[in-house]
Unconditional design. Sequence first.
Length: 372
Amino acid sequence: MNNKKVWFDARTVAGDHYGDFIALVNQQSCFHAVLLYPHQVEKYPISDRLTTAVMIEDIEEVKQLDEQAQDTYIWISENLSVLDALKKMGLKTGWYVKIYDQDTMNKACDWGKDNPHLILEFKDDTNIPLELVLAKLQPEDVEILKQVSSAESGRISSDVMESGSDGVLLASESIGEIMSMNEIVSKSRMEKLEIVKATVTKVVHIGAGERACIDTTSLLTEKESMIIGSTSSGGLLVCSETHYLPYMNTRPFRVNAGAVHSYVWCPGGMTEYITDMRVGTQVLAVDYDGNARTVNVGRMKIEVRPLLLIEAEYDGQTINTIVQDDWHIRIFDGDRQPKSATTFQEGDSILAYVCEPGRHVGVKITETITEC
């Protein structure tokens, strides 16, 4: 759900819990706006970083609220006539549409572009009608949000039609769902890592051992890799199998990662041992500029193969990675080119990620540690 908008629907929260829910939403970084009824707006304060969206049925309800603040709100209604009147007043608007059949879906497609925000509430669980609305309104300048009742439904909606809806409106009276939504969004945010040019100091053929291929549920690009290292102080950028091979097809979902003891870098600065990875484990796909996105493991494949140790140094820090000893394994060199692992020599430049060492069950910690 990277860069997606998340709104919280506070309209149906029970009165005796309302303050607690608003306080919790205020604290969660994933939320961008809160949807309220007019009588709720001044009941509890909304954080200054959040946008207040107000649901109304009649234009007269606008008068209930402070005139000075009206320009800061997004006014939401199911009534297009009310929205037209609001636009004439120069106010920001959003259309709320309940879709329960083909006619209401077509109505959303036909008129959805007429307001800056479009909130869709679906009667059925299927995402097919969302796909159709997204396809029809893709060229239009409208922010489309889907009303969902759980964080997991929000995650799925963000993936519909590849780009997904622009965001979700979470309608839930569960504190757990609010926390889960924040966790999902936090993990999905694009990360930026500092990739450096290290110098190869050692290349050694070390004989047979188990190595793992990490197959993901995403198509990786020719620029992407995974960070694989023997120590928590960093690793090398082992390329995806997207580059031409004369004897076999490419495997654009795969990284032939390395020996089974290795660390793999994951979202949020976490690491996983290759042997701890399972179907559904999240791992970083990192391009040679350091742009990192989260992808999911779909399969692990471990086989006995000859292994190659490549050691490199950057700014006094030594790292090493052990990969399969074969020329079809590629690692990005200092010129950001995919270079066959077996052709690296001492003195060559190689791309690396270097960080302070120290991990406890994959979590970065501050401690005195020596790894060799």
